[in-house]
Design a binder for this molecule. Sequence first.
Ligand code: MF3
Ligand code: CO
Length: 256
Amino acid sequence: MIVCKSPAEIERMRAANMLVADVLAELAAMVAPGVSTLDLDQEAERLVRARGAEPAFKGYRGYPATLCASVNEQVVHGIPSTRGLVAGDIVSLDMGVKLNDFYGDSAITVPVGTVSEDVLRLLRITQEALEHGIAQARVGARVSDIGHAIQQHVEANGFSVVREFVGHGIGASLHEEPQIANYGAPGHGPRLAAGMVLAIEPMVNVGRPGVKVLSDGWTAVTRDGSLSAHFEHTVAVTHEGPLVLTQRTPASAPAR
Ligand code: MF3
Ligand code: CO
């Protein structure tokens, strides 16, 4: 069953989702050579709790941290570590929180120092693929239209889409129905209706699509060792079109 949220509930979901967006922006600004993913995780947890929210991932199926921080060939669910980031790395930062009974979830991939043009292109195409997916989050479209649009854009640009991890509905639970694959034929799956809230999250590899999970039980890496990027937004389906709840707007950006 897909839970539809009322307009008032979607308004209440904004708080959790804006918090995620704000914290990810703060973390992105911290990313630099020498900073560790554990430093980022500790700052993430501090910022989340300071705003009266709870980390959603910490303790989820035994996951040990607030943040998933996946470096280079790590695809998702990288566990924060004391190893310092190095110029030329990329790091995917994925975080969920619970606030006012609702969850928010978003991810970004950030370059560390200067990275090559090819790497910037991977980040750009992944972000664009997410935007193409979001554009399909319209009343009357079908769930698989989202993944189809994502796969289309990724493969047209010579990259590949990870199959093993999917996006998801989100609301009073972190993971709700439906599952949202990042690939496939259009026109399948449930029809989208106003009030559905979806976490859309393509993971894109430079090389082959295959992934494996390391012996820590969490960290997913590309089988071929190629780089991987991940962007995620939480999006409400509304009669006015897709409403990106994890988008920072200038008005809501924290003052610096
Ligand atoms: N981005 C992943 C998701 O949305 C994060 C999984 S949560 C974890 O499902 F706690 F398992 F890491
Ligand atoms: Co998610």
